[in-house]
Write a protein that binds this ligand. Structure first.
Ligand code: IMP
Length: 182
């Protein structure tokens, strides 16, 4: 049976996302010790939209740097393969730095859990996590999420960086995906 995937209803509008991102940025800045530099690490490609909005909402006088990592993703599937591969590593050393790992969505937790362990070996001063969406009912491994935009039920979502088979990242709102018989 062939299935057809379509953009479904809006779960989070761009206005709602923007207002939550502003709150998260304020909280992250408040939690940072005075005078400390913050390295914000985004996971490509999904976290790009979230990361760029997040750092632009941070106070102008905060010492913020950004970097990116790329890991293997689901391909065309909508469930985790359980395999995490580093495709692109950080551009510089993180030893002694306050690092904030930013991800679009946490689902099984396999990706973030692997990355946290991987980055911890490089001895950052602190390592925190920030996710826009948390599908916590599907968690397979425990992961400490320090900052979370929204908790969501078990639905596949697209838009604002999130894709299905590479599509729909560019949508400004976050939608669910409707699956029907083709
Ligand atoms: P985890 O390793 O299962 O926690 O999955 C994290 C990654 O799976 C995210 O970075 C996304 O790339 C992808 N993912 C999980 N759920 C969704 C979804 O609903 N829409 C789009 N991508 C998703």
């Amino acid at each position: 049976m062939t299935l057809k995937y379509d953009i479904g209803k809006v779960l989070f509008s761009q206005e709602k996302i923007a207002s939550r991102v502003t709150e998260l940025a304020a909280q992250i800045a408040k939690d940072l010790a005075p005078g400390r530099e913050l390295l914000v690490v985004g996971i490509l490609n999904g976290a790009v939209f979230f990361l760029t909005d997040l750092v632009r909402s941070m106070p102008r006088d905060l010492d913020v740097r950004i970097d990116f990592m790329s890991v293997s993703s689901y391909g065309n599937e909508t469930s985790s393969s359980g395999v995490v591969r580093i495709l692109r590593d950080l551009g510089s050393d993180i030893e002694g730095l306050d690092v904030l790992l930013v991800e679009d969505i946490i689902d099984t937790g396999l990706t973030l859990s692997y990355l946290l362990e991987f980055l911890q070996t490089r001895r950052p001063a602190s390592l925190k996590t920030c996710v826009l969406l948390d599908k916590n009912v599907r968690r397979m491994v425990p992961v400490a999420v320090d900052y979370c935009g929204f908790a969501i039920p078990d639905a596949f979502v697209v838009g604002y960086g999130l894709d299905y088979a590479g599509k729909w990242r560019h949508l400004p709102d976050i939608h669910d995906v409707e699956i029907s018989k083709a």
